[in-house]
Design a protein around this ligand. Sequence first.
Ligand code: ZN
Ligand code: ZN
Length: 375
Amino acid sequence: MTNYYEILEVSQDATKEEIKSAFRKKARTLHPDVNKAPDAEEKFKELGKAYETLMDDNKRATYDRYGEDGLKNAGFDTNGPFAGGFGDLNDIFNSFFGGFGGFGFGGGADPNAPQRGDDLRYDVEIDFKEAIFGTKKEIKFNHLEICPECNGTGAEKGTKPITCPTCHGTGQIQKVTRTPLGAISQITICPDCHGTGQKIGTPCKNCKGYGKIEKEKKIEIKIPAGVDNLSKIRVSGEGDAGSNGGPAGDLFVVLHVKASDYFKRDGIDVYTKIDISPAQAVLGDEIEIETLDGIKAIKIQPGVQSGNTVKIKGAGVPIISRPSQRGDHVIIVNVVIPTQPTEEEKQLYKKLYELKSGKKAQEPSLLHKVKGVFQ
Ligand SMILES: [Zn+2]
Ligand SMILES: [Zn+2]
């Protein structure tokens, strides 16, 4: 049975401040980067678990009453804060000691290992219909390429990199830092060679020793039918060149689709609105409208209401993965009540009114007084 209070060497009624300070003291000696004893890591994890539990009021109360098993039964994760591995462990340690850069453990990347190049982003604007039917665009962008003169080594042709004099080829230097908590020895990446252990004696003239050069590239990209605003097209290997033989990154072309004044798009469907007169609504009609494929006639059924829709199946946006299939074109009907009818129209509406109500149509100034009918 492990006793969290004993691990931290604090009393049962220790305050959070006392626990914190005890953790600091112990963590400094047990940190696996400082303490090379074979069980240091295990002990450091135990310490973290004890610390995490006692700093959390709920967990501490459960632990005080029922012990470690009680924590498990209560559903608390008893693996401690380091269950995720050394990354977490480093985090908690660094949170106490101000975050030393390059602590040297937790899988810091080997600067000599192959590294993939950066991905790049390129934004391109396309028209509404280009997004729907697809298009081709020529784009011009800059990316890093391996320097052809030195093949990426950064060393002038005929010369070779030399062993770094600062770190003698190890890529690391040890530094002792004084802190309010005492002297801490830390290993950092050699600033002279950035951890590679090697330096370039005579830098390549073409790339100034960087090993890569920026180059403008022109490519044609195919934009498939059915793309939408902010769709991304990945152009494999057109990002920045990698390092140490690593692959190049990718280029992501981000599409910005211009809005249309007429069409509104929702996924694979497009929407348009059509205004019709009350007479068209009552009697029905056949109307020509603009679709994505040109002018088409649609039927308005007699008795259509404002807000009703007419659908042209398959006249919407192609599905990217199955371009032969398309969404629909949905036409929203809007019945417009005339606000300035002609004299002739007025007479016709009066006739309709009289037919429906069985009484004479009156002038508007009087109409509002007829209660209950026009409200
Ligand atoms: Zn070069
Ligand atoms: Zn060095």
